[in-house]
Every structure is written in structure tokens, then in C-alpha cells.
Design a protein around this ligand. Structure first.
Ligand code: NDP
Length: 240
């Protein structure tokens, strides 16, 4: 059986890189997107096209998906994992950081959806997996705009799911808790970053990227008539 193409954004690190390894292990051809292609190539995965794409660039996302489909056949799944978390107090934070999170976490995810959804609907199958967060289900004032972007991912995913369902396309939201990846290293305020990383450390890092990738694979591996709409997962010790 020929396995379908899986597109993974944010595949150079964290959850995206773990998903790339797991889907490759299952034998899927892959399109991996991120800005750091050296990191994509260093994964050394077979049947893989890597492209240096910024997910905020809609045309570049579409072009890369078309190029991969020409080589490997139509996209059967996309994992929209690219994201940034610039934790900050909204009373003090530079709104440029808000724009960045909105652009990557919301527009970036929608650009991925746009690149694959019409084709999937036409073919009557496909799986869209969007990575949100527990921060998309409840708010944390110290992470206000990040929460807003993840709430948007939840809302858009559920609404797109309703519209895609009659066309046989599944849409799943994954909402993880703390996981020690590179995510928190991009927080610009040193004190805020240290506080966030201390919370992560109190959980010994929380989830691993593989824990999250396994949940994603579990959703994808269900029979096509089963759509797992949402998985919320966190370290057992996480109280928030
Ligand atoms: P990482 O920082 O380890 O990975 C983020 C990935 O996103 C990198 O591959 C990065 O690649 C990519 N990325 C960032 N900006 C862009 C861009 N403009 N264009 C293309 N790619 C981009 O974080 P995680 O793996 O932890 O995060 C993955 C997702 O999971 C994010 O959406 C995050 O919000 C979410 N999440 C993470 C949690 C955690 O605790 N780690 C918890 C809940 C949700 P590059 O820099 O090479 O472009």
C-alpha cells in the first residue's frame, strides 16, 4: 500500500521534529517546513522533501505543498506545529511580539489549512491536525496574547471541522501542557523566561516531544471514519 504524503510545519524542532520521525517510521513520504532547513535535513529521513518556508508566507506554503504533491502524490495529512510563545505581561509587552504570535500561530496555521483543504475535500479524505495548547482552553494573564492565538486555533479548527466533515476530511486539535522544547527559549524578557522555565523544571520538563507525537499518530492512525476532535494532554503533575 502506498502511504500518503504528510506535511509537517515547524518540523525543525520539538513536536514537529518528533512527528517527522514517527511518520517516517510508519513509512510516509514527508514534506517538512521550517525556516532552518539545516535542522530539517539533519533529521536524515527517507522520502522527505525539506523546504525553508516561513509559514506566514501563504504563497510559499502553497508552492511547497504543490511541489511535494507532484513528487509524492496528494497530501493525506498536515500537522500544523509551527508556533511561537512570547510570554509577556500585556501591560508591558511590545505589541510587535503580539503581531508575531498572531502571524505565526494563527495565520501560519490557516495557511497550512488553506494549502491542503480544497484538495482533500475534492478527494473525500484527509486529516488536518492543528497544535493548539492548554493555553487555548483557558487564559493565563501572563501569557495573554499567546492564549488568544491558541483560542483562535481551537475556534478555527472546530469551525473548519464542521465545514470539512461532509467532505470526509477530519480536523483534530491537540492541546498539550508544559513540554520542554525550544519554545520557551524565545521569550525575550529574561525574568519572564526564567519563571516559565522554572515552572517547566518543576515538572522535570513536563511532556516530551515524543509524548505529543504519539498522541498525534494515535489520531491519524484511526480508521478514516473516526475523527478524534481534540486531545488535551499534560504531565500528570501539572495542576494548571
Ligand atoms: P519549538 O520551539 O521546539 O518548535 C517550534 C517550531 O516552529 C520550530 O520548528 C520552528 O522552526 C517553527 N517556526 C517558528 N516560527 C516559524 C515560522 N515563522 N515559519 C515556519 N516555522 C516556524 O516548539 P514546540 O515544538 O514546543 O511547539 C510546537 C507547537 O506546539 C507550537 O505551536 C506551540 O505553541 C505548541 N505548544 C507547545 C507547548 C510546549 O510546552 N512546548 C505546549 C503547548 C503547545 P524554525 O525556527 O526553524 O522556523
Amino acid at each position: 500500500m502506498t502511504l500518503g504524503l504528510v506535511v509537517i510545519t515547524g518540523a525543525s524542532s520539538g513536536f514537529g521534529a518528533a512527528c517527522a520521525r514517527w511518520f517516517a517510521e510508519d513509512g510516509h513520504p514527508l514534506l517538512l517546513l521550517a525556516r532552518r532547513t539545516d535542522r530539517l535535513e539533519s533529521l536524515g529521513l527517507p522520502k522527505t522533501m525539506s523546504r525553508p518556508v516561513d509559514v506566514t508566507d501563504r504563497a510559499a506554503v502553497v508552492t511547497a505543498v504543490r511541489e511535494a504533491e507532484a513528487e509524492f502524490g496528494p497530501a493525506d495529512a498536515i500537522v500544523n506545529s509551527a508556533g511561537v510563545m512570547l510570554t509577556g505581561d500585556p501591560l508591558e509587552q511590545d505589541p510587535v511580539e503580539w503581531d508575531r504570535m498572531i502571524d505565526v500561530n494563527v495565520r501560519g496555521v490557516l495557511n497550512g489549512v488553506h494549502a491542503v483543504l480544497p484538495g482533500m475535500a475534492e478527494r473525500g479524505r484527509g486529516t488536518i491536525i492543528n497544535i493548539s495548547s492548554i493555553a487555548g482552553r483557558k487564559t493565563f494573564g501572563s501569557n495573554a496574547i499567546y492564549c488568544a492565538t491558541k483560542a483562535a486555533v481551537h475556534a478555527a479548527s472546530e469551525a473548519v471541522r464542521e465545514m470539512a466533515a461532509p467532505h470526509g476530511v477530519r480536523v483534530t486539535v491537540i492541546a498539550p501542557g508544559y513540554a520542554a522544547t525550544e519554545l520557551s527559549s524565545h521569550i525575550t524578557d529574561a525574568e519572564t523566561r526564567a519563571a516559565y522555565q522554572a515552572a517547566e523544571a518543576s515538572l522535570e520538563g513536563g511532556l516530551s516531544a515524543d509524548d505529543v507525537a504519539r498522541a498525534i499518530l494515535y489520531c491519524y492512525r484511526q480508521p478514516q471514519n473516526v475523527c478524534i476532535r481534540e486531545i488535551v494532554l499534560a504531565d500528570t503533575g501539572q495542576t494548571i
